[in-house]
Design a protein around this ligand. Structure first.
Ligand code: FE
Length: 341
């Protein structure tokens, strides 16, 4: 039976459930839209709630959160957007769904290179784009820079994921920042010419390909080494390669971030900024970074034992705001050299 009163009651119950699950305007909450997986962020949010009494509501999604913010507009319940990669952070800013935050603690905790010069996005963890090289087939020291990847001596020996993926686009954008567009174009063409196979798969798939003998060197985000070492099905992939932190003699290893931005319509703005500040502090920085073998952005926060075992290295100090400026051109270069085909 489906009487009007029953339908109404069901609708009311659903409404109450939705409200309880995600109250937009009550005191003592902060609402987060997250592209990052629950296991990465839940521990910090729980620590924040224990410390402040402010409840953190999270909506997780793999895609569509920026579009959702655009559609919800001023009525969005979301206060913060949490995501990985400078690409997604700047996409949110360009979509007009964020607002600037000027906060002395955030600026003291997060180095300038890892936050938006316009104050819209803030990096919370950092990741190095490293080269991995076959232990069997590449002598230590034989490859030491991103520029080397385009050297004809590596012809048919390099694997990468799509040149249009955010991680590769950011690396190419950094090459543009360092060398100018013409040289970056030449570099990408050279790298493309050295590929052992058409770009495919994620970063880990490139390491598997090295183990299988498909290629000898690849470029990946460093934390995937930690992920693979801790996965019994993938540990052998990681064990087949040496880690190279590129460009130690020049500008340093290319870095990217995961980060956070305050939404334009944030209904709980004060709580949201409290959470941002909390995430930039020592305890959350250590906890957050360790969840995914990432580096804390705050100087002086201890690295996990695994990252310490990878060793200290020179990180590129190029501002990610500068990298972001060249993303569009970088993506076009990938098309121009037909990187993926
Ligand atoms: Fe990743």
């Amino acid at each position: 039976m489906n009487t009007p009163s029953r339908t109404l009651a069901a609708a009311a119950a659903a409404l109450i459930a939705a409200f309880v699950a995600f109250p937009a305007h009550s005191q003592g909450v902060v609402n987060v839209y997250s592209y990052r997986q629950p296991f990465l962020i839940t521990p910090m949010f729980e620590a924040f709630t224990r410390e402040t009494g402010i409840k953190v509501n999270v909506v997780h999604a793999k895609k569509g959160l920026i579009e959702r913010l655009e559609q919800e507009g001023a009525n969005s319940p979301a206060d913060l957007i949490v995501t990985a990669d400078i690409g997604r952070l700047t996409d949110a800013v360009q979509a007009g769904v964020t607002q600037a935050v000027t906060n002395a603690t955030l600026e003291a905790n997060i180095p300038a290179q890892y936050r938006d010069p316009e104050h819209h996005w803030f990096g919370l963890t950092s990741r190095a784009r490293i080269i991995v090289a076959s232990k069997d087939r590449v002598a230590p020291g034989a490859i030491s820079s991103y520029e080397d990847l385009a050297d004809p001596k590596w012809k048919g020996r390099v694997c990468t994921r799509s040149g249009k993926h955010a991680y590769m686009v950011a690396l190419t954008a950094a090459m543009i920042a360092h060398h100018g567009e013409a040289k970056a174009h030449e570099w990408l063409r050279g790298l493309k010419a050295n590929l052992a196979r058409r770009p495919q798969g994620n970063d880990r798939a490139q390491v598997k390909a090295i183990m299988e003998g498909v290629c000898d060197v690849a470029v990946i985000n460093h934390y995937y080494m930690g992920n693979m070492m801790n996965d019994k099905n993938q540990a052998a992939w990681a064990a087949s390669v040496n880690i190279v932190f590129p460009n130690q003699q020049t500008y340093g290893t290319h870095m990217n971030v995961s980060g956070i931005a305050l939404t334009k319509s944030a209904p709980n703005k004060d709580n949201a900024i409290k959470l941002m500040v909390f995430l930039s502090g020592d305890r959350a920085q250590q906890l957050y970074a360790e969840q995914n073998f990432e580096y804390p952005v705050k100087p002086g926060v201890p690295w996990s034992a695994l990252l310490q075992s990878f060793g200290a290295y020179k990180a590129d100090d190029l501002g990610l705001g500068e990298v972001a400026k060249h993303r569009k051109t970088a993506s076009k270069l990938a098309d121009k050299v037909a990187f993926d085909t």
